[in-house]
Ligand binder design. Structure first.
Ligand code: ADP
Ligand code: MG
Length: 476
């Protein structure tokens, strides 16, 4: 994130989280840009492609071809020999995970031409993703490594964090939910003063284990016909059989479950963006529907490049940033120019045949190094906390009512205290996300539980919520 923890000043008598927060909060932080050069593929070697990109060490690479000699510098360069683990440890993703746990909005986005290694870097080899082969631990990508780091840290902090995930794709300028069952449908992208750009009605799914989050991403879950990555729009064409035709955004939401209201609970996010490659229509032989896709991909990447160019200017000289030009730039607005912390992993092929795209990626990535954000940890305002609790309770109340109907039980709610042998489980705190119905769905006010304004509302709301959770578990 431009601020590896080892470089942060150490302040005595503060927790590591407070130290990290104090060191980055409200300070201009540069986008951290690292470069990964993949090895030549068998096909490239067989047809005699030359290697035109060479790592010089110390974060620099040199491109040497007939009419091009150029050197580029990045925060780190990983060459063909770099392992997945080396990329995870050297790119700063571990620090991003920690900052997300401290309430920051952190984003990792992989950028580069189709076939340059974006998906490999984020998720590991495609055979693991598409053919459901068991993942070789050494080949796991940045995402799985981050999840395991997150779960480990969460456990070591006494499990006071609620984790949930959402997974979206932007395909042909439509935002689609990759987790919701049934055929993909477009979700509206809205803007509000408090939330910035957000996707309405997106599904958030709670998870507490590596198996659960991996299942969401890669495997066929029991409840929906196809999960995450398998639902992503891909189509075969000349460059890459599995080439992804959509931008995919997986976001992990991290909420502190601390019951105290002072300081207000933190809400961090860790978002992984696998961008579709920028295809030149001529080269990929795309026509018809594919060419529409390619044009939409190019358009949104162009909008992203345009925003990056404008954001790369010093803050005082910046003009209006046209985030609204594409869905992609709207969703990345906070990561790029706002209060987030961002890592860009630029991926390139070393082959002479990819030279024009490689140079374009290197220029794009160099420009991105000048972009700065002003990170700010997200704390839930008391109003929002109250609203969230109310929504959570209302959703549970409706769900419990429907469960009672299915079980032919009386409508009257039974409190946990009335169910013999059911100790209240404080640890069984529901995530904010998963039981939220669609935002904007009108729900009736809570029957028999007027939620009055005023200071003593918290304990009773938390108590009420816990009762509904216990009741829900009993009914299920
Ligand atoms: P992209 O997502 O950018 O289109 P992929 O991640 O699908 O590209 O990679 C294209 C091909 O190159 C795949 O077959 C992948 O397994 C291989 N590949 C990419 N990066 C590496 C690497 N670092 N080591 C070995 N193989 C790689
Ligand atoms: Mg890909």
């Amino acid at each position: 994130p431009g601020v590896p923890t080892s470089l942060l000043p150490s302040v005595p008598h503060r927790s590591p989280g407070e130290e990290r927060e104090g060191a980055v909060a409200d300070r201009e932080t540069r986008l951290r840009v690292v470069l990964r050069v993949r090895p030549l593929t068998c096909t490239e070697t067989r047809r005699g492609d030359r290697q035109v990109v060479h790592s010089l060490g110390n974060g620099t690479v040199h491109v040497s071809a007939a009419r091009h000699e150029a050197t580029f510098g990045f925060s780190a360069v990983f060459d063909a020999g770099a392992s997945q683990e080396a990329v995870f440890e050297g790119s700063g993703v571990r620090q991003l995970v920690e900052l997300a746990m401290d309430g920051f909005s952190c984003t990792v986005f992989a950028f580069g031409q189709t076939g340059s290694g974006k998906t490999y870097t984020l998720m590991g080899p495609l055979t693991q993703v598409h053919e459901k082969q068991p993942a070789a631990p050494g080949l796991l990508g940045l995402m799985q490594r981050s999840f395991s780091c997150l779960l480990e840290q969460s456990r070591s902090r006494g499990s006071d964090l609620a984790l949930s995930a959402s997974y979206l794709e932007i395909y042909n300028e439509q935002v689609r939910d990759l987790l919701s069952p049934g055929p993909p449908c477009a979700l509206p992208l809205r803007w509000s003063k408090t939330r910035g750009f957000y996707v309405e009605n997106q599904l958030n799914v709670d998870f507490e284990s590596m198996e659960a989050i991996t299942e969401l991403l890669l495997q066929e879950p029991t409840t929906s016909s196809l999960a995450g990555s398998q639902r992503r729009r891909t189509s075969a064409h000349a460059l890459n059989r599995h080439s992804s035709r959509s931008h995919a955004l997986l976001t992990i939401h991290i909420c502190s479950r601390a019951v105290s209201t002072h300081p207000a609970p933190k809400q961090g996010t860790l978002c992984f963006v696998d961008l579709a490659g920028s295809e030149r229509v001529k080269e990929t032989g795309s026509s018809g529907e594919l060419s529409v896709e390619a044009n939409n991909i190019n358009r949104s990447l162009l909008a992203l490049g345009h925003c990056i160019s404008l954001l790369a200017k010093p803050r005082g000289k910046r003009t209006h940033i046209p985030y609204r030009d594409s869905k992609l730039t709207r969703l990345l607005a906070r990561s790029l120019g706002g209060s987030g912390i961002t890592l860009m992993v630029a991926c390139i092929s070393p082959s002479s045949r990819c030279l024009p795209e490689t140079l374009s990626t290197l220029h794009y990535a160099s420009r991105a190094r000048r972009v700065t954000t002003k990170p700010m940890a997200n704390r839930m305002s008391p109003e929002k906390l109250l609203k969230t609790l109310e929504e959570e309770i209302q959703a549970l109340q409706l769900e419990n009512l429907s469960l009672r109907q299915q079980l032919c039980l009386p409508r009257l709610p039974m409190r946990s205290t009335e169910v013999p042998g059911t100790p209240p489980r404080v640890g069984a705190w529901p995530g904010w996300g998963c039981r939220h119905g669609p935002a904007g769905l009108h729900r009736p006010p809570l029957e028999g539980h007027p939620l009055e304004e005023g200071a003593p509302a918290w304990p009773s709301l938390y108590g009420l919520l816990r009762d509904f959770v216990v009741e829900n578990e009993q009914l299920r």
